[in-house]
Structure formats: C-alpha cells, structure tokens
Design a binder for this molecule. Structure first.
Ligand SMILES: Nc1ncnc2c1ncn2[C@@H]1O[C@H](COP(=O)(O)OP(=O)(O)OP(=O)(O)O)[C@@H](O)[C@H]1O
Ligand SMILES: [Mg+2]
Length: 354
C-alpha cells in the first residue's frame, strides 16, 4: 500500500497543491512556516479523518476560504482507493471511491498512519496519558475490536464516577463494578499481550538506535499482586467516595521505561530520548507487519549524522512509506532508499526536486 498522490485545496497556507509521492522515502524540505507540517496534516486528515495538531478541523481551513478539500489516492494491492474529505460550513463530508461514508471516524484504522513530531517527546516527558495512548493506538491496529471494548469501558467508568460525584449509595456505585471489571480485564489482556509481543522488537530497535534496550514495565492500573481488581475496587470504595472518582482500573495504566533501574528521562541524553521515541514508534510499525504510512515532522536536527543515517536505515527496514520534513536539504541522504523523492516547499507550494 502507498499514498500515491494528494490534492489539497485551502488547507492552512496551502491554496492549491498536488503532490505525487514516492513509494519509499519522501523528504519535504522548506523554511519555517512554508507548509511542511500542513502537508503532513493533510495526509493525516485524508487517511484518518483528523489532524495530529488539533482536534478542531476548522482551524485547518485556510483563512478567508469557505471550503477545504483533501483528496488522497492510495494504492492498496492492485486497487486504487480514493478518499476525499471536504469541510464546508462546519460540516465534514467523506467519500471513499465516490461513496459517502456516515462518520469520519470510519476512516480511522483503514490506513495505519503513525506520526512522529517534536511533540512526541511528551511520551517520556508528560504523565501516563500519552503512554496509554501509545499503547492503545498500537493495540487498536492489531486488534480492531479493542476500540469498542475501550469505549464501553470508558462509558462504564463515566457512570461509576458520576455516581461517586453525586455521592450515591454504596450499592448504586458498586452496581457498576461488575461490568467495569469485565471490560477492564479484556483491556488488560490485550494490552499485556501486545506489549509482550512488542518487547523483543523494542529491544532490537533500542540496541540498533541507542545501543541499549530499556526495560518497559507495564503497570495495569491496579496492583495485581494484591488480588483481583473487583476485590480492590470494593476495598478502596471509601477512598473513591471521598475523592469522587475511581482510582483503580486500566484508565490509570502506565508504562515505566527504565534503564539500569532508573527512569529513562533521568539517564538518557536528549538525543537518546529522541531516538528512544523513534524506536518505540518503529517497533509499533514493525509489530503491525503491514503497510503503514509514517509521518515524521521535523526529523530531529540534533541527531548526529551517524545516528540520523541509522534511523533512516531502521525506517527503511520497516517497509513503511515515510514522509519526513526538515528545514535543511542535506540532513537526509535519499539515495539510500529506492522509491525516494524530495520536495521543496515555499509559501504552501510544492516542487519535486529532480
Ligand atoms: N488556517 C490557516 N490559514 C492560513 N494560514 C495558516 C492557517 N493555519 C496556519 N497557517 C500558516 O501556515 C503556515 C505554514 O505552517 P506550517 O506549520 O505548515 O509550517 P512549517 O513549514 O511546518 O514550519 P516550521 O518549520 O516552522 O515547522 C504558517 O505561516 C502558519 O501561520
Ligand atoms: Mg512544521
């Protein structure tokens, strides 16, 4: 599978553009504010129905324009698939091969798109939410029914929390424990399974890119050694009632990433941390073992040339189609990768460099 072409009308600073991608590495070079990230956003929008920069589609519509349109032509096996997404008067319309689909969310999961941006650093820097998202995104791609379980779990959790907030009786609160535990255990099972399969791939990329394989310690959101989640929910009910929300469950899960028993953030250099995030993303691509698109915004300029080359090589090995943006043309050697193309962008206009 590959994204063959994208046509864009009125997305951020891009008035009108057509870009024909190579099946391997695509490098998009341009000065600041030229439209590099906007092109990646357009890809993300067409393939997943959303931008990785904002949940608000209207922010993407070019100032003063009434309609935004993105059309992506994909080659899946021998078949062409055309996805068109338009936004007009606060309404989004999506068509696949000319047929309208009811919800934008139907696009999610059709094409596996992974994104690496400077903000991906939050995976290590910020709280567990980002690491849970990383985990859930990976599991969802290998097990599509995971999303439904996840949504059901969170619906039940909201109900239980609402009972806690409204200070309802113990009985009314505990009525949610059974259904909550059932979904929690399913989520836990899939997450655990996924991580156990991901671990050797993570180690391999850790070794390859950083020279060490950090330890990924999955914490399910409750203390497994202290008995079942059901018993713990009952034992901690007073605590939850006092606080007004549920403190145990998969919504509190985390992955502690350590080297030599210490949190990786306190040991690794900045460059190593960036490479670790790249390793984590590449491991997901590799685990998925199917055609994917990897969008890399602002390939870390602070990586030394050897590490950069090593990263490009590792990306190539995954078999994904990769779109990379950078401000400097000589950071990436496209000659190492068949099916590579380089584009130059200025003021929202793209030119292939030949
Ligand atoms: N809705 C919009 N309408 C018009 N222009 C916009 C809109 N949103 C953002 N812009 C502008 O689009 C331009 C391109 O932004 P983009 O983030 O794609 O640049 P970039 O090439 O990735 O730059 P950098 O190297 O700084 O990351 C910027 O000047 C930005 O201010
Ligand atoms: Mg940018």
């Amino acid at each position: 599978m590959a994204l063959v072409q994208i046509n864009i009308e009125n997305l951020r600073n891009i008035g009108q553009a057509q870009v024909q991608f190579g099946s391997g590495l695509n490098v998009i070079i341009g000065p600041n504010a030229s439209g590099k990230t906007s092109l990646l956003e357009a890809i993300s929008l067409a393939c997943q129905g959303r931008s990785f920069r904002t949940p608000r589609i209207d922010q993407l519509v070019k100032h003063d324009a009434k309609t935004m349109l993105v059309v992506a032509r994909l080659k899946i096996g021998n078949e062409n698939q055309i996805i068109g997404l338009s936004r007009e008067a606060k309404k989004t319309q999506v068509k696949i091969n000319g047929e309208r689909i009811a919800k934008t969310t139907e696009l999610v999961g059709r094409v596996a798109v992974f994104v690496l941006t400077p903000e991906s650093h939050e995976l290590l820097d910020s709280g567990p939410k980002m690491r849970r998202q990383y985990l859930d995104w990976g599991v969802f791609h290998v097990e599509h029914r995971y999303l439904e379980i996840w949504q059901k779990y969170h619906r039940i959790l909201r109900q239980r929390n609402s009972c806690l907030r409204r200070q309802l009786s113990r009985q009314e609160i505990q009525a949610w424990d059974g259904p909550m535990v059932e979904k929690a255990e399913q989520l836990h099972y899939y997450r655990q399974q996924y991580l156990s399969e991901l671990a050797p791939i993570l180690s391999k990329y850790g070794e390859q890119l950083i020279g060490v394989a950090p330890n990924f310690d999955y914490q399910p959101g409750w203390d497994e050694s202290a008995g079942s989640l059901k018993d713990q929910l009952a034992a901690k009910l007073d605590n939850d009632m006092e606080r007004g929300f549920s403190r145990l469950g998969p919504h509190r899960a985390d992955i502690k990433i350590k080297v030599a028993g210490k949190q990786v953030q306190n040991v690794f250099s900045r460059g190593q941390q960036k490479l670790l995030i790249c390793a984590m993303t590449l491991a997901q691509l590799k685990r998925l073992n199917q055609d994917c698109i990897l969008l890399v915004d602002d390939l870390p300029a602070e990586l030394d040339p050897e590490k950069r080359a090593c990263l490009i090589e590792a990306m190539k090995e995954t078999g994904a189609q990769v779109m990379v943006t950078a401000t400097e043309p000589n950071l990436i050697d496209v000659s190492v990768w068949e099916g590579s193309k380089m584009f130059h962008v200025e003021h929202g206009s793209f030119q292939e460099v030949v």
